[in-house]
Design a protein around this ligand. Structure first.
Ligand code: G4P
Length: 287
């Protein structure tokens, strides 16, 4: 059984401290923070310490990869964040869907900053943001999409070093080009499993058969119809996950010498197809 902590060995305490410090430095340059999470697992793909790191800076949550999530559940998440006073929008940074709401979300989340700027006679001062999130949530996709759409802002302002580039990301909105890469709650096995299901954890460091079995265990309880429709198998609800994997392998004709089922091939197929959205849109967490 793989130990999930091993999979995140790059996040040793020193690295976390350095990341925390770098983000705190960048925070001095911005008015607000854009946190990118995976819409399928908004809780597991958020960083446990973020609110503490950003302190009272306004935050906007982008529920990215909404194309792969259940839209009804994503709506529940948006309402959940709204109740907490956080503006959240559903986006798909691969196609740009939902990003038309980005500008108004920024203005809403930073209304007090806009008001304060007005009082100080600095109406129209650009609102500046930095992007943060755990690996693979789509930070680069978001920045590239925005940077492709709008021109880079010449950085000659105080506090803007050469290594920082600002992009105009809408009317009066500027984005720091380098995202803050945060660590996940890797001490939690459930979180680790979900990150592995969606492919956020590299498979070389995880046993793909274990991931597939845990995924099938989860799906057979929560969305059995997805397994049934995709793999054309029935009566598996009471079976152990490895038995389901074998059923799938047999159905697909994944056999090795001696007629034994090639469970590695079956596991790879299950994981690839789930990650590719072939089993359908799914959210693995409710607010
Ligand atoms: P990061 O900077 O936060 O680490 O994430 P990055 O933008 O590199 O995105 C990670 C993967 O997620 C990429 O896929 C990217 O294409 C995909 N992705 C980002 N946003 C979305 C989205 O809204 N919907 C979907 N379906 N996918 C998204 P990849 O397999 O690593 O590369 P590629 O498929 O682009 O070649």
């Amino acid at each position: 059984m793989p130990d999930f902590q091993k999979q995140n060995v790059q996040w040793f305490p020193g690295h976390m401290a350095k990341t925390r410090r770098l983000i705190k430095e960048s925070l001095k340059l911005v008015d607000g923070v854009i946190e990118i999470v995976d819409a399928r697992i908004p809780r597991s793909s958020s960083n446990p310490e973020l609110s503490q790191i950003i302190n009272k800076k306004p935050k906007i949550v982008l529920l990215n990869k909404c194309d792969m999530a259940d839209s009804k559940v994503t709506d529940l998440w948006i309402k959940y964040y709204a109740k907490k006073g956080v503006t959240a929008i559903a986006v798909d940074c691969k196609t740009g869907k939902g990003l038309n709401k980005f500008q108004s979300a920024c203005e809403k989340a930073l209304s007090s900053v806009i008001e304060r700027n007005k009082e100080k006679g600095m109406e129209g001062k650009p609102l500046r943001f930095m992007v943060v999130g755990i690996p693979n949530t789509g930070k680069s996709s978001f920045i590239n999409r925005m940077a492709g759409k709008y021109k880079a802002v010449v950085a000659d302002r105080a506090g803007v070093t050469k290594s920082n580039q600002w992009f105009s990301a809408g009317k009066g909105i500027e984005l720091l080009d380098t995202p803050g890469v945060l660590w996940p709650k890797f001490e939690d096995r459930e979180v680790g499993d979900k990150l592995a299901f969606i492919g956020s954890v590299k498979d070389e460091v995880t046993d793909i058969e274990t991931i597939a079995c845990r995924l099938l265990e989860t799906l057979s309880k929560s969305r059995p119809e997805m397994i049934e429709q995709r793999y054309k198998i029935t009566d598996f609800e009471d079976k152990q996950s490895w038995e389901i994997l074998e059923l799938i392998g047999r159905k697909r004709g994944f056999l090795i010498k001696g007629g034994e089922i090639d469970t590695l091939r079956a596991a790879t197929a299950v994981c690839d197809e789930f990650r590719g959205g072939k089993l359908g849109k799914i959210s693995l967490e409710l607010p």
